[in-house]
Write a protein that binds this ligand. Structure first.
Ligand code: NAI
Length: 480
């Protein structure tokens, strides 16, 4: 049974509802269930203490229970203040065999609508295990858990927290305050935690970007597997997942008719491609903005107008950022938009839309409409509707990607955890992607559920192509 203090969720009485949805999701997550069948008996994650920082949704609940079925102990926080599904969090804490009065599942620290100090408190709770231990594995999405360990160890090495700067974001100030408290207790907690970590498996483009930066600067403290760049992750979750959940978020937030409207998608990478396709599917006239000539050309070839934001800001109805960049939509842009233009971000962090700049303006007031929907009224009479305070709208305003696509992503996560935990010596500090045969395995696990009949190479054909009948079928540089 879990101790009362060893989790924090909104409401354990939601567990029964969460459990029903978990059971429905399991059927839609054939990859994870196949991994449970394959590895359940040998329990390769026995001895693993996994700290997870990833949107606490129903799909993530199936991932968590897959990791425990493979022998891991797990502690979990969400990687976004709005993305937790409270019934999922409750069901994971209660566990399949517990009750709300006697929870017997996994310690989760997550609820929908955390403040920033609460968010970082939750992240700290999942990194500090009972008995003064730390995790030996991290499963991260966006890199916040990894960042906290690295910042903490850096501060302990320096013996001081960097002085506050008036230009620091509110969030950075929260992190510094947390580290200052740790330093005052003088237990070198983050240095010890960092030393105990065998590795991290990272879910998303933005987190992977942070890892490669640390690798280049020589500051990375433990090996990492880049799950995002498995083909069965980024070319599926980022693209087809967003194709599904962008529209879901827009509809639940505003229910504004999309057909006939002009919708702008900033960024035509994997996420942007899915977003543009789904908006077009609803009958919107879609305009793409890009900085990369290759992606701009792709968008044009796919039939989208490619323009700068300045060109369309005054005439478009819906604006979506999907770049992983910052200040893509500025407060000046919003000042120049049509009345009741909808502005949302589907990239990982909230700085794609300059929310801080918007809040600082004197000619605008924020009028909350409902949770995660705000009308920002300008003095000239027009207003814009900003979704999820600029945080990823598909998880803030809706329930994120559906189970089937997440089964692909999370099968990669599970395999990456097994790889790093059981074959640690094969991965010196650095950033790695999974080998292609494992990527192909993840895809294979999902074919049957869709009735896909795969053609098998003959021996003659295989030798003609110079590949094995059982794969891998493409060289590593192939781009899909
Ligand atoms: P990507 O790198 O494939 O695509 C981003 C694109 O934005 C690139 O083509 C880049 O050239 C373009 N770009 C960068 N700065 C720009 C600017 N100032 N204006 C216009 N275009 C610009 O990355 P991906 O995989 O599409 O991910 C994008 C973001 O979405 C990341 O932050 C990622 O972590 C996040 N993500 C969110 C998901 C969700 O469910 N909400 C799911 C998967 C990824």
């Amino acid at each position: 049974t879990l101790a009362a203090g060893d989790f924090k969720v909104a409401d354990l009485s939601l567990a029964a509802f969460g459990r029903k949805e978990i059971e429905l999701a399991e059927h839609e997550m054939p990859g994870l269930m196949a991994l449970r069948r394959e590895y359940g008996p040998s329990r390769p994650l026995r001895g693993a203490r996994v700290t997870g920082s990833l949107h606490m949704t129903i799909q993530t609940a199936v991932l968590i229970e897959t990791l425990t079925a493979l022998g891991a102990r797990v502690r979990w926080a969400s990687c976004n203040i709005f993305s937790t599904q409270d019934h999922a969090a409750a069901a994971v804490v209660v566990g399949p065999d517990g009750t709300p009065d006697a929870p017997a599942g996994v310690p989760v620290y997550a609820w929908k609508g955390e403040s920033l100090p609460e968010y970082w408190w939750c992240t700290e709770q999942v990194l500090r295990w009972p008995g003064g231990e730390g995790p030996n594995m991290i499963l991260d999405d966006g890199g916040d858990a990894t960042l906290l360990v690295h910042k903490g160890a850096e501060v302990e090495k320096l013996g001081a927290v960097p002085a506050a700067d008036p230009d620091d974001s509110e969030e950075y100030a929260v992190i510094l305050a947390l580290l200052r408290r740790g330093l005052a207790e003088d237990d070198r907690r983050w240095t010890r935690i960092a030393a105990g970590i065998k590795g991290v498996t990272e879910e998303t483009t933005t987190g992977v970007h942070r890892l490669y930066e640390m690798q280049q600067q020589g500051t990375l403290l433990f090996p990492a597997i880049n799950v995002n760049d498995s083909v069965t992750k980024s070319k599926f979750d980022n693209r087809y997942g967003c194709r599904h959940s962008l529209i879901d978020g827009l509809n639940r937030a505003t229910d504004v008719l999309i057909g006939g409207k002009v919708a702008v998608v900033c960024g035509y990478g994997d996420v942007g491609k899915g977003c543009a396709e789904s908006l077009r599917g609803q009958g919107a006239r879609v305009v793409v903005t890009e900085i990369d000539p290759i992606c701009a050309l792709q968008a044009a070839m796919d039939g989208f107008q490619v323009a700068t934001l300045a060109d369309v800001v005054a005439t478009a109805d819906i604006f979506i950022t999907a770049t992983g960049c910052l200040n893509v939509i500025t407060s000046e842009h919003m000042a120049g938009m049509k009345h009741q233009a909808v502005v949302g971000n589907i990239g990982h962090f909230d700085n794609e839309i300059d929310m801080a700049g918007l809040a600082r303006r004197r000619d605008v007031t924020r009028v909350p409409v409902k949770p995660q929907v705000d009308e920002w009224r300008f003095a000239d009479g027009h207003s814009v509707l900003v979704l999820s305070e600029g945080r990823l709208l598909n998880l803030g305003n809706a329930t994120g990607h559906p189970s089937f696509v997440m089964s692909n992503s999370f099968s990669n996560q599970t395999i990456a955890q097994i790889e790093l935990f059981t074959r640690t010596e094969a991965y010196p500090v650095g950033v790695y992607v999974l080998p292609k045969y494992l990527d192909e395995k993840v895809a294979r696990l999902h074919l049957g559920a869709l009735g896909v009949q795969l053609t098998e190479l003959t021996k003659e054909q295989a030798s003609y192509l110079g590949i094995a009948v059982e794969g891998p079928y493409k060289p590593d540089h192939y781009r899909y």
